[in-house]
Write a new protein. Structure first.
Length: 72
């Protein structure tokens, strides 16, 4: 795998507070007008991605979409 990681966009229901960013792998959180949140950023590897997804599960976020971008 490319050492730079892969970019991801993850959308969840509701507006997440910014303080969750650190717990969710440092991904940037933006609030969408439709009442959802979009997390974007680079994920180092599959273990990191699974950690982010586990963090979303742990805070009760409902996953709407997950999209992988170009390899960094």
């Amino acid at each position: 795998m490319n050492p730079a990681g892969r970019s991801y966009t993850i959308r969840v229901e509701g507006h997440l507070d910014e303080h969750w960013s650190a717990r969710l792998g440092g991904l940037a959180i933006t609030h969408d007008p439709a009442g959802t949140s979009t997390l974007t950023g680079t994920v180092a590897d599959q273990a990191h991605l699974h950690g982010v997804l586990a963090g979303l599960r742990d805070i009760g976020a409902v996953l709407i979409a997950l999209q992988a971008g170009e390899t960094g």
